[in-house]
Structure formats: structure tokens, C-alpha cells
Design a protein around this ligand. Structure first.
Ligand code: APR
Length: 241
């Protein structure tokens, strides 16, 4: 990996935020074990009962607003600053990578801190931690109903985001997959395609995932501890300086 420093892209999922107290989706305490995604994270659900969907998102936003970036978020930001990491392609919508100082962050599934008008299509950045007070937030420009600007089940990942992610992956030699089950497409196509192109996949996860069989290296454990250990190795390895 030594000769590949600086050609590493991080691919992250909900697990990297788990140590910040933010529930994952599919673990034993996962959100999809307690809630039905088709009732909360689809365009149909929002059309059917926008108040219920907004209530759930405002709960998630409040949870995230009280969270701090984890050690793993901070180490990735540090590696980017040192020129060791090309950037982060994340499935997360929590904004903790940016909060930790990462600058090159591609949010494949949008951001919980951005809203979009269902009538005029305008987008508004709320800013990290700014949870809407209204039960049904309205567009300041046209009065239309606002929705979270995230990718729901049955919706497409934005082409621009996906192309940006592909470009970052194309420059990488190593993909560091952290805290994702690899259960969701098209996001998971990125590491799968990278391995097909002969790139090295390193997985950081306490458990087996859909991507484990493709990983050249499987680092089993929580991302905070594992990235801390990797950071120590990087510090000792003066060749990258
Ligand atoms: N450190 C690293 N990984 C962890 C930790 C931790 N401390 N705790 C849990 N994990 C791992 C779990 O083992 C699991 O493999 O994080 C992964 C979380 O998987 P999911 O809950 O499926 O989350 P994710 O892969 O991000 O889901 C992808 O699915 O529902 C959609 O849009 C949603 O972006 C999400 C997408």
C-alpha cells in the first residue's frame, strides 16, 4: 500500500458514524429493523404522509445535530490534508465528513442538511444542525412543500454525483471501504467496478459484508480503532512525507 499513498479513495457508509451515536440501517439496532423504509424513505411515502416523513427526518436531524465527527472521520480529513487521500465518496447524508474537515466529499445519497422544493425545485442549504421547526416546511420562494434533499428508495442517484465519484475512483489505486454493508446499488457498484479494474479493496468493518469477498484486506473492527492503528502505521512510515 506504501507506494499507493495519495491514491486512496475512501468509500463510507453508516458504520463510520455509528461511534457518534448515529444508528446504522441494517445492524441489529439498525433503523430498518425498527422502521419500514417504504413508509419513511420513498417518494410515495412522502406523498401519502409528508407530516410523518418530516417528523422522522426532524428526529434524525436532531440526533445528528448533537453528534460530533468520529475519530475515523477526523483521520480521513487529516489524510486528505496530508495528500494521502484523494477524497471521500459517502453514502451518508449526515455531513460529519465535512464537519471533521474533509473537503473533497461526494454525497451520493444527498444531504439531510439540504431541502428541495417539491413545486419549483429550488434547493436550500439549512446548515449543519439547523433542524426545521415547522412540521411541514415551506419554500420561501413559491410556498411549495419542501422535502429532504436525499435519495430515497426508488429514486436515482444524481448523475453529476455519480460521475464525480467515478472520476475519483478512476484516480485511485486503493479503495478504503469503511462502515458499509455494500447492500445498496448503484453506490456499491463503485468498489465492485474498482476491483474488476484491478484496484485494491481494503474493508474496515466489524462484520462480513457484501463486499468482503472482493476485499484484498479485511480489517475487522470498529472504524475508530482500525483507522487509529492505520494512522500510527502512516506516522511511522516516513516514506510518504
Ligand atoms: N465501524 C465500522 N463499521 C461499522 C461500525 C463501526 N463502529 N458499526 C457498524 N458498522 C458496519 C456494520 O457492520 C454494517 O456493515 O456498518 C455497516 C452499516 O451498514 P448499513 O446499515 O447497511 O449502512 P450503509 O451500508 O451505509 O447503507 C447504505 O442504504 O438505506 C440506505 O441510504 C441508505 O445510505 C444508506 C444505504
Amino acid at each position: 500500500m506504501r507506494e499507493n499513498w495519495g491514491r486512496v479513495v475512501a468509500f463510507t457508509g453508516a458504520g463510520i458514524s455509528a461511534e457518534a451515536g448515529i444508528p446504522t440501517f441494517r445492524g441489529e439496532n439498525g433503523l430498518w429493523r425498527r422502521y419500514r423504509p417504504e413508509e419513511l424513505a420513498t417518494p410515495q411515502a412522502f406523498r401519502r404522509d409528508p407530516r410523518r416523513v418530516w417528523s422522522w427526518y426532524r428526529w434524525r436531524m436532531s440526533l445528528i445535530a448533537g453528534a460530533e465527527p468520529t475519530r475515523a472521520h477526523r483521520i480521513l480529513a487529516e489524510w486528505e490534508r496530508k495528500g494521502l487521500l484523494l477524497g471521500v465518496v459517502t453514502q451518508n447524508v449526515d455531513g460529519l465528513h465535512q464537519r471533521a474537515g474533509s473537503r473533497r466529499v461526494i454525497e451520493l445519497h444527498g444531504s439531510i442538511w439540504r431541502v428541495r422544493c417539491t413545486k419549483c425545485g429550488s434547493r436550500f442549504d439549512l446548515g449543519f444542525g439547523n433542524v426545521p421547526e415547522e412540521e411541514l416546511p415551506r419554500c420561501a420562494l413559491c410556498g411549495g412543500l419542501l422535502r429532504p434533499d436525499v435519495v430515497w428508495f426508488g429514486e436515482q442517484v444524481s448523475t453529476d454525483s455519480f460521475l464525480e465519484a467515478q472520476e475519483l475512483f478512476s484516480r485511485a489505486e486503493v479503495v478504503l471501504s469503511i462502515g458499509t454493508s455494500g447492500a445498496v446499488m448503484p453506490a456499491s457498484m463503485l468498489p465492485i467496478d474498482a476491483v474488476e479494474r484491478g484496484k485494491i479493496l481494503v474493508e474496515v468493518n466489524p462484520e462480513e459484508t457484501n463486499l468482503s469477498s472482493l476485499a484484498a484486506v479485511r480489517l475487522r473492527g470498529p472504524s475508530g480503532r482500525i483507522l487509529g492503528e492505520l494512522a500510527s502505521l502512516v506516522e511511522e512510515d516516513s516514506s510518504w512525507r
